[in-house]
Ligand binder design. Structure first.
Ligand code: NAD
Ligand code: UGA
Length: 483
């Protein structure tokens, strides 16, 4: 069979990966029609909204790509069956969260959405279809997808209906949120795993419109699936490593930033992913490591499982210890005290809060009775309410604890529209996301609106230390403790 020519793509799943990835493919390959489909009507409506500030996800540069492609060769809809039927290639880019009940609960990936997609492709595809695993999946998931597709193929043959044939390839996505467009336009590599050389080359031909040939790696299916999990595990491991070093720095007088530079200049170690912080968040690191842990147990490798589990354990510990030390520095109680939380997204340049360290830290402080004034430039109030599982309180309840007996010990929060609004009347500022605007805060000015003695807790190493100290505020910074 010759290498199939790709004219029409269907991508199932219009999320953080499906949306931007397909937008960039459509941008780079104007001759290919790209149809992105999703079950979620409101998400599709948001992708179709005229006002580009209302796209369902915030990514720098995404609006420009959508402006160029939407309505030209990029289409968003809920017509899943039709898009499958018309497609030469179907990308499965749906969510694969950690299972929360049943076998493997708390570790294994929940593959129900992937299986549903495979069944739908089996039912509605026509002719030969290349099925691409774009979602992050446990090793050997392609075998499950193939089994579902082959069953459909056999059923059709016996009923003498139109023939349907399939090839399955793995093509994991390595984009990071906040830099998704850049990562897609200039990827470090594109990975394609499979056993059908024609399907691999057909997919490679799409990427070769803008990705240099030497960056398109080809492997077997299982190596590709495992490489994705391993890449995330290695990245997360570096963060847990540097966060554990930060804790040692705090008790020894070393400075984690200096240590990171000193070790990162060793070219064998490298300088990326050595920023100590409040603990990694995001929808994938924890889920993918837990999935790896589950697979290790499944394949009888308990020592390997506990090695990787340690990365997640350190991360949970890091979030807990930050909440605890805030309480400790504020004389052992935050009950009724106003604390400004700057940044709620799991990292800068995204509105995504999935698994953000801010959630656990805020919940722990609310549990202690704190009054949180939360400001994030991109995260909306209803997102925060859903993450904290608590509705916002009312600004009128902000009073110093000694004046406010009614709300003295009740943890409440409000969402604020600016740094200044969040900080006014607070006992402490806790920086949890490294948004650019937090770097240039005028501490001298803000200090005048805080209740003394007031603190700044910088978990992201972004503040100007001298300006905080000259403003008379007390400072705690990750990895060097109190200045
Ligand atoms: P997401 O939750 O943002 O989007 C998934 C979308 O799939 C949702 O809109 C959902 O409605 C849709 N969906 C689920 N089942 C469907 C079905 N049967 N038919 C049609 N639509 C369906 O998820 P995401 O962040 O885009 O992640 C998708 C996959 O990519 C996951 O496996 C994730 O691990 C992986 N990944 C994510 C990132 C990231 O930065 N978010 C990066 C690399 C890889
Ligand atoms: C991560 C990977 O970087 C991507 O390659 C991968 O495709 C993606 O997961 C995925 O599979 O979902 P993402 O989670 O979007 O991307 O963002 P990262 O930049 O990796 O940051 C993850 C978390 O680690 C954030 O909370 C960030 O603040 C934290 N981090 C990152 C640190 O604490 N220190 C660092 O040095 C780097």
């Amino acid at each position: 069979m010759p290498i199939p020519r790709i004219r029409t793509i269907c991508c199932i799943g219009a999320g953080y990966v499906g949306g931007p990835t397909m937008a960039v493919i459509a941008d780079k390959c104007p001759q290919i029609q790209v149809n992105v489909v999703d079950l979620n009507q409101s998400r599709i409506d948001a992708w179709n909204s005229k006002d580009l500030t209302q796209l369902p996800i915030y990514e720098p540069g995404l609006d420009e790509v959508i402006k160029r492609t939407r309505g030209r060769n990029l289409n968003f809809s809920v017509d899943i069956n039709e898009a499958i039927a018309n497609a030469d290639i179907v990308f499965i880019s749906v969510n694969t969260p950690t299972k929360n009940k049943g076998l493997g609960a708390g570790q294994a990936s929940d593959l129900r959405w992937v299986e549903a997609c495979a069944r739908q492709v089996a039912q509605y595809s026509q002719g030969h279809t290349i099925v691409v695993e774009k979602s992050t999946l446990p090793v050997r998931t392609a075998a499950t997808i193939k089994a579902i597709l082959e069953a459909a193929q056999e059923a059709k043959e016996t009923t003498k209906n139109i023939s349907r044939t399939f090839s399955v390839v793995s093509n994991p996505e390595f984009l990071a949120e906040g830099s998704a467009i850049k990562d897609l336009e200039i990827p470090d590599r594109v990975l394609i795993g499979g056993s059908d050389p024609n399907a691999i080359e057909a997919l490679a031909s799409i990427y070769s419109h803008w990705v240099p040939t030497k960056k398109i790696l080809r492997t077997n299916l299982w190596s590709s699936e495992l490489s994705k999990l391993t890449a995330n595990a290695f990245l997360a491991q570096r963060i847990s490593s540097i966060n554990s070093v930060a804790a040692i720095c705090e008790v020894t007088g070393a400075d984690v930033r200096e240590v990171a530079i000193a070790i990162g200049t060793d070219s064998r170690i490298g300088n990326q992913f050595l920023n100590s912080g409040p603990g990694f968040g995001g929808s994938c690191f924890q889920k993918d490591i837990l999935n790896l842990v589950y697979l290790c147990h499944h394949f009888g490798l308990p020592e390997v499982a506990s090695y990787w589990e340690g990365v997640v354990l350190i991360n949970s510990w890091q979030k807990k210890r930050i909440a605890k030390l805030v309480v400790h520095k504020l004389f052992g109680t935050v009950s009724g005290k106003r604390l400004a939380i700057l940044g709620f997204a799991f990292k800068a340049n995204t509105n995504d809060t999935r698994e953000a360290a801010s959630i656990q830290i805020s919940k722990d402080l609310l549990e202690e009775g704190a009054h949180l004034a939360i400001y994030d430039p991109q995260v909306k109030e209803d997102r925060i309410a859903s993450d904290l599982q608590q509705q916002p309180g009312f600004p009128s309840t902000w009073e110093a604890p000694e004046k406010n007996t009614q709300f003295y010990s009740e943890g409440i929060w409000v969402s604020c529209n600016s740094v200044a609004e969040a900080v006014e009347g607070s006992d402490a500022v806790i920086i949890l996301t490294e948004w650019e605007e937090f770097r240039s805060v005028d501490w001298n000015n803000l200090a005048t609106f805080m209740r003394k003695p007031a603190w700044v807790f910088d978990t992201r190493s972004i503040i100007n230390v001298d300006s905080v100290i000259t403003s008379g505020l007390r400072l705690w910074r990750i990895g060097d403790g109190e200045s």
